[in-house]
Design a binder for this molecule. Structure first.
Ligand SMILES: [Zn+2]
Ligand SMILES: [Zn+2]
Length: 103
């Protein structure tokens, strides 16, 4: 699909699509960004559509105790439900920490 472009690095070719239920998840093999295709950005909690796209780090625990950022995924932040995360994203302009850290 030619309308498919990585938001992070602009890659159009090396994109890997994987369908889970109704959602197609795309992985950019160039930079590792993960996002859902054809998803109308909308808050899953309150339904607002004025959400802001942001990158969230996907972290995996490597050997030893060090955590390293493996890749990123595209998430949408709701001004109503995630004001703190949204403010942090706008302020830092760097990937948000993952929801859960691997133990
Ligand atoms: Zn990319
Ligand atoms: Zn919301």
């Amino acid at each position: 699909m030619s309308d498919l472009v990585c938001t992070n690095c602009g890659e159009e070719e090396n994109l890997l699509g994987e369908q889970v239920d109704e959602v197609i998840t795309i992985t950019c093999e160039e930079c590792g960004l993960v996002w859902d295709r054809d998803l109308t950005p909308r808050c899953r909690t309150c339904g607002r559509e004025d959400v802001r796209p942001a990158f969230q780090a996907i972290v995996e625990k490597s050997r030893g105790t060090q955590l390293s950022i493996q890749s990123m995924k595209l998430v949408y932040l709701c001004p109503g439900c995630n004001p703190e995360l949204l403010a942090r994203w706008i302020e830092s302009n760097s990937p948000l920490p993952p929801d859960e850290l691997p133990i």
